[in-house]
Design a protein around this ligand. Structure first.
Ligand code: NAD
Length: 489
């Protein structure tokens, strides 16, 4: 069966604890990238909706921030309960709307969402202030850690709930209130997530959602004078615009990368191969932590290429998200599919060779099913090597030394995550210490990490600023230090 049974979701803003009409009269339909069926529609919000949502969030801040962290945690515990009760239903909508395979990716994203909330709950209880020593014996000083206010939280479409929970749970638990904007192509799942907030009984205005287009709704959010923090996960182009518009506000900006995976001459291919499959074709490559390119020492190049193709053909099954055998679904949207066409097409014109895959797969309900692809003879002049391709493509670039790999990484504008493979762990560690990236894994895929560890781009690169996950965004972004001193007389 090509389409799946589904009741359309008609989404709109959630403001002040209620689902309300948008100020905008227009709606946009959501079409499943997997089946081509209409999954529902959402209201195209206007700046007036943003203003209402920010006002609700500003009013809610007074009482929400006055609760103890233990009380706030109780609301988030209830949110977890609501998500867990609807786990399969949410995963089904996520698979249908986003395109990711239900069993191997959509269900795990719901679980990751819960895990992000749990980590925020656990760690927030340990945040504290200080009482510093003073030169003046008649004074006392207290350094409080206080929430900042209203957070504008903007999500991408590749991991809508994963990223929303990573931004929003630490913001809420530390006492901020939130106005969220989902990406257009994954608005329905975030709308259903807002229903979980409603069911969990959060006080009105603590969490708000506005649906619509980034340049309208997002622009109004990021420049709003009553917003104190902007948390954004998305593309470099949008991130740069937002960083400028939100100047003066606290910012957590998580952008793209091109995940270099370096195979030194002594890499163990048995270790590399499963990681390469998972990190290149997982999420159909639509992950900021994907292996974007492989920098492979000449001594291993041919053997790695040969074994990678065999592994791809044996283990990656492109298919409908609800087929149990599927390990990889379609890509999410037309502009992305066209970018993949372009990156691979121009690489072939410039001398790259397709060993497997290379284009859109036939025989599926939509033309967004992109074949798992391996490209060899890739060079530094090709977009597929140096840009964020964001698809199920492994470009293999030949290197002749460790120094060359480091030089290419330093030249790259990205610095989100990277991996190096070597049998000599000390050599790997030395390489990692020199690599210009926010996360470097030795003998593990670029994106392998855990929810309590800091994650984010390297300063000076274009992969973002600030660390998301763990206690870091709570300390650095969602709270600030406030000094109160008392003259005892
Ligand atoms: P995008 O930048 O196109 O859109 C992201 C969000 O920004 C959407 O909600 C969109 O509505 C909104 N937006 C668009 N214009 C805006 C504006 N002018 N003001 C405010 N908001 C605006 O990104 P995308 O295509 O949805 O996501 C893919 C990108 O996200 C990739 O580059 C990927 O690497 C990155 N990403 C990064 C991380 C990370 O943690 N570093 C995680 C996931 C995705």
């Amino acid at each position: 069966m090509r389409t799946v049974q589904h009741t359309p979701v008609e989404a709109g803003p959630f403001i002040g604890g209620r689902f309300v009409e948008s100020a905008g009269q227009e709606r946009q339909s959501t079409v499943s990238p997997a089946t081509g069926q209409v999954v529902g529609s959402f209201a195209l919000g206007l700046p007036d909706d943003v203003d209402r949502a920010v006002t609700a969030a500003r009013h809610a801040f007074t009482s929400w921030s006055a609760l103890t962290v233990f009380d706030r945690c109780r609301f988030l515990e209830r949110l977890i309960g609501e998500i867990e009760n609807r786990r399969e239903e949410l995963a089904r909508l996520l698979a249908l709307e986003q395109g990711k395979p239900y069993r191997v990716e959509a269900l795990p994203e719901i679980d990751e969402t819960v895990s992000n909330i749990r980590v925020a709950i656990e760690l927030a209880k340990y945040l504290d202030g200080t009482m510093p020593q003073l030169a003046n014996p008649r004074k006392r000083a207290f350094v409080y850690r206080v929430p900042r206010g209203v957070v504008a939280a903007i999500q991408p479409w590749n991991f809508p709930l994963g990223t929303a929970s990573a931004q929003i749970a630490p913001a809420l638990v530390t006492g901020n209130t939130v106005v969220a904007l989902p990406a257009p192509s994954t608005t329905l799942i975030e709308y259903e997530w807002a229903r979980c907030f409603e069911a969990a009984g959060f006080p009105p205005g603590v969490f708000n959602l506005v649906t619509g287009h980034g340049p309208v709704v997002g622009d109004a959010m990021t420049a709003h004078p009553d917003v104190q923090v902007v948390a954004f996960t998305g593309s470099v182009a949008t991130g740069r615009r937002i960083a400028a518009r939100a100047s003066g506000k606290a910012q957590l900006i998580e952008l793209g990368g091109n995940g270099p995976v370096v195979l030194l001459d002594d890499a163990d291919l048995d270790v590399v191969l499963p990681d390469a499959l998972r990190s290149t074709y997982g999420a159909a490559g639509q992950s900021c932590t994907a292996s974007g390119r492989f920098l492979v020492h000449g001594a291993l190049y041919d053997e790695f290429a040969h074994r990678l193709i065999e592994a791809v053909q044996r283990e990656v099954t492109l298919g409908l998200p609800f087929d149990d055998a599927t390990t990889m679904g379609p890509v999410n949207n037309v502009p992305l599919a066209e970018k993949l066409d372009r990156h691979v097409g121009t690489a072939l014109d410039e001398g790259a060779v397709v060993l497997t895959g290379g284009g859109r797969a036939k025989g599926f309900p939509t033309d967004l099913y992109w074949e798992p692809t391996v490209l060899t003879d890739v060079t530094e002049s090709m977009a597929v090597a140096v840009e964020e391709t964001f698809g199920p493509i492994a470009p293999l670039q030949r290197i002749s030394s460790e120094a060359e790999a480091l030089e290419l990484m330093h030249k790259s504008p990205y610095g989100l995550c990277a991996a190096v493979y070597t049998r000599d762990v000390a050599r790997g560690l030395r390489f990692a210490e020199k690599a210009p990236s926010g996360l470097v894994n030795v003998n593990a895929a670029p994106g392998d990490t855990e929810t309590h560890l800091p994650f984010g781009g390297r300063a000076g690169k274009l992969s973002g600023t600030g660390k998301i996950l763990g206690r870091y965004p709570m300390e650095d972004v969602f709270t600030e230090l406030k000094l109160v001193s008392v003259n005892l007389g």
